[in-house]
Ligand binder design. Structure first.
Ligand SMILES: Cc1cc2nc3c(=O)[nH]c(=O)nc-3n(C[C@H](O)[C@H](O)[C@H](O)COP(=O)(O)OP(=O)(O)OC[C@H]3O[C@@H](n4cnc5c(N)ncnc54)[C@H](O)[C@@H]3O)c2cc1C
Length: 398
């Protein structure tokens, strides 16, 4: 299909929305990018970009700017609370930088994406505009549009997150489920991050290095942690972590105020379809997942590249979206299920199970699990590079 003829609306200008807007605009489409927040300020502390997400960002020529602001992590590990390695996820052996994670502050990632979108001549960025209605024939309406002011496009992409209002108006069979698990995320100036995720009796505690600091994330499994969060008491939280896993207490020492912590319940979104007519869902709007494989945002980046590839290869928008859906939904569903499974294995607190898990289950998993990276990353990395490179007339989806 001739991408330059397309008039596209993208709803949501975070990681998924900004990257699909950039990919489409670089392929020649005219893109209207709507973001309800007037002055976007990225929340979410930090993020680990995996090889699949990085491949798409490399295709967008944003990798150097991101590497300047982030820290590579070549051997991420999951450890038990006495430091024994439980799982060392396999990374591809490539030698080209797509064989590591890149840990970065979310504010830096969002800034790099939004600056690129602002500078692109084919992207019109509408900040402070909330889209409240959408129809399958690619029309949308904003909160302040009066009466029947609908804006019509050739394609609408709903990248408006877990509470997507685009999704609400589509026939996609969506199910949104809370997990009851709250995660705490924050940034600290303490620089001795361990670069590991610890599965402790109180829950998960991860610390990943950043330039001049660290990104910390933690689940809140024990009653003491839950009580500290309910009371909004940073000292009590620090003490509870100190007791369960001493390195956590030290790292949390660099956090000044409870308000510097970001609290989120883990939510899963399942859709029977990612598309309806000429509207496609992407990122958390389509498939929010547990954070245990670190693939939520990375999967949104893969969605963006596959959507562009599908548009290039199809004769019209509706059939492109059918192949986008067929390719993405099973791939992401597998990752969502694995993330849930990992979450369940990691969160159990009973001592007998944990001993069994750490001594028997995890060594067996590490030994016998096939290289999970291809399924975790959902697309071959070279295909992602091809799909997201500018000017590619792609037949990589075939
Ligand atoms: C504890 C935790 C840790 C995580 N760690 C990782 C990790 O290391 N790696 C990883 O890949 N993923 C991680 N994730 C998942 C990741 O944060 C999400 O998958 C990702 O941010 C989703 O991006 P998105 O662009 O789809 O949606 P969002 O980031 O939710 O963005 C949606 C955007 O749409 C805008 N919007 C919403 N409604 C409207 C509207 N009606 N009109 C206009 N604009 C609208 C919002 O303001 C927002 O800017 C983690 C998640 C959690 C909870």
């Amino acid at each position: 299909m001739e991408i330059p003829r397309l008039n596209v609306a993208v709803v949501g200008a975070a990681i998924g929305g900004a990257s699909v807007a950039l990919l489409l605009a670089r392929a020649g489409a005219s893109v209207a990018l709507f973001e309800r927040v007037a002055h976007p300020r990225a929340i979410g502390a930090g993020i680990a970009l995996a090889p699949n997400g990085l491949a798409v960002l490399r295709g967008l020529d944003l990798e150097p700017a991101l590497r300047d602001r982030g820290r590579p992590l070549s051997s991420p590990r999951i450890v038990g609370d006495v430091g024994r390695t439980l799982l060392a996820p396999l990374l591809p052996r490539r030698g080209d930088g797509l064989d590591q994670l890149l840990v970065i502050r979310r504010s830096d990632l969002h800034r790099v994406l939004l600056e690129a979108a602002t500078e692109h001549e084919r992207i019109a960025l509408h900040l402070g505009v909330e889209i409240t209605d959408a129809t399958a024939d690619a029309s949308i309406r904003a909160r302040h549009d009066v009466d029947d002011t609908w804006r019509s496009f050739d394609l609408v992409v709903g990248a408006d997150g877990v509470r997507s209002s685009v999704r609400e108006h589509l026939d996609v069979g969506a199910r949104v489920r809370g997990s009851g698990i709250t995660y705490v995320r924050t940034l600290t100036t303490v620089t001795e991050a361990e670069g590991v995720e610890a599965w402790t009796r109180a829950g998960i505690f991860g610390s990943l290095p950043l330039p001049n600091g660290a990104y910390l994330y933690a689940s809140s499994g024990s009653p003491a942690l839950r009580a500290a969060l309910a009371a909004r008491d940073l000292d009590a939280l620090r003490r509870a972590w100190e007791a369960a896993y001493p390195p956590a207490g030290r790292l949390l020492g660099g956090v000044a105020r409870f308000e510097d912590l970001l609290l989120n319940e883990v939510v899963r979104v399942d859709c029977e379809r990612f598309v309806d007519g000429r509207v496609a869902l992407l990122g958390d709007a389509a498939h929010a997942m547990a954070p245990n494989l670190g693939q939520g945002a990375n999967s949104a980046l893969v969605d963006a590249a596959v959507l562009l590839g599908a548009l290039r290869d199809a004769d019209d928008v509706a059939s492109a979206l059918v192949s986008y859906d067929a390719r993405r939904r099973p791939a992401v569903r597998w990752v969502q299920n694995q993330s849930d499974r990992l979450g369940r294995i990691s969160e159990r607190s009973d001592a007998a199970w944990r001993t069994l898990r750490d001594r028997l289950l995890m060594p067996a998993l590490s030994r016998f699990a096939p290289d999970p990276s291809l399924r975790t990353y959902q697309e071959p990395l070279d295909a992602l590079l091809d799909m997201s490179a500018p000017g590619q007339s792609s037949d990589v989806l075939r």
